[in-house]
Ligand binder design. Structure first.
Ligand code: DGJ
Length: 312
């Protein structure tokens, strides 16, 4: 799979899983993301809402389309999932306590002035997910978002608030479907979007982008010893061609292939959003500095083997 290009499923169709996330469950990888498989609305950098797609794969290379895990609601203009609305950056976690899959997403009206989050659940990783609610988390805005599970099991909705000025961590109940009310701001007034978070050896790391719409900008990573902070912006983690524009991409999620963290990127094509591409790049640590080095190909097993070589 050539990084930075459109990717195809097992049937030669373009993979429509933008702003998404990959999870592993029972030896199968599931990739959820925005289905943008329609032409842009004339004159707009948007497509009508289709829903959240799900793909499955045994090896991260061969992807089977499992259909829409969460579908747009075509016949109810008041639904948060009405076709002219926005549903972006879906993230899914498996909740062991309830044996359900829980999806959170950014929901918005066509003018993007609502800035809320939505939650949906399913018994099967492929869905269909049942939509539960749409909310302003702790009365805050919620635009770009992700989910992060801390090592103590607590799950946080991490969301850009105050018109993208500041990211908030808002903790979720133990069934992951609601907010507990605990919320705290990080990277205050830094205008970061597209957060992707991981923890290594007791340190938290967050890769994020600046706020330039669909256009790429410099990724930055931040570090913290405690989730509540202080979070400190450290550097651009990217190395390679066009590293100041995140190789033409934007972060969306960090997932693990065995023990190796990988960063997922979207390569947005604003005028033809359905033709947006992807990259998946291993995250390494060089002298304790988080590094995302460009590779032309995503070769999951090769990157794991290479990392094992490095460890030896
Ligand atoms: C940047 C965000 O990261 C994307 O998810 C999307 O909302 C675009 N902005 C829209 O311009």
């Amino acid at each position: 799979m050539k990084n930075g290009t459109i990717w195809y499923d097992n049937h030669g169709e373009t993979i429509q899983a933008h702003g998404g996330a990959i999870i592993q469950y029972n030896e199968v990888y599931y990739w959820y993301g925005e289905h943008k498989g329609k032409p842009n609305i004339p004159g707009k950098q948007a497509v009508p809402l289709i829903g959240v797609s799900c793909y499955s794969s045994p090896d991260l290379i061969h992807w089977e389309y499992e259909g829409l895990a969460l579908s747009a609601v075509p016949n109810d203009p008041d639904s948060p999932l009405a076709p002219d609305h926005i549903c972006e950056r879906p993230k899914v976690l498996y909740c062991e306590k309830t044996d359900t899959f829980v999806m959170w997403m950014h929901l918005d009206n066509p003018a993007r002035t609502y800035a809320g989050a939505g939650v949906a659940i399913a018994d099967d990783p492929r869905g269909p997910f049942t939509f539960l609610s749409s909310m302003k988390p702790n009365r805050l805005d919620s635009r770009d978002m992700t989910l992060f599970q801390d090592s103590d099991g607590t799950v946080y909705l991490v969301h850009a608030a105050n018109y993208n000025r500041t990211l908030y961590f808002s903790s979720l109940t133990d069934d992951y479907t609601a907010l507990t009310g605990l919320t705290f701001p990080v990277l205050i007034d830094q205008y970061r979007e597209a957060p992707a978070i991981m923890k290594k050896d007791g340190t938290y790391y967050m890769i994020s982008s600046g706020c330039t719409g669909w256009s790429p900008n410099s990724a930055l990573y931040a570090e913290a010893d405690y989730l509540i902070g202080p979070w400190k912006l450290i550097d651009n983690p990217c190395e390679g061609p066009n590293y100041r524009q995140t190789f033409g991409g934007q972060s969306t999620y960090i997932f693990y292939v065995n023990d190796q963290p990988h960063l997922m990127l979207d390569h947005w094509n604003a005028e033809h959003l359905q033709d947006s591409g992807y990259s998946i790049l291993p995250i390494t640590f060089d002298h304790n500095l988080l590094t995302v080095r460009w590779q032309n190909e995503f070769m999951p097993l090769a990157s794991v083997n290479r990392n094992e070589e490095i460890r030896k």
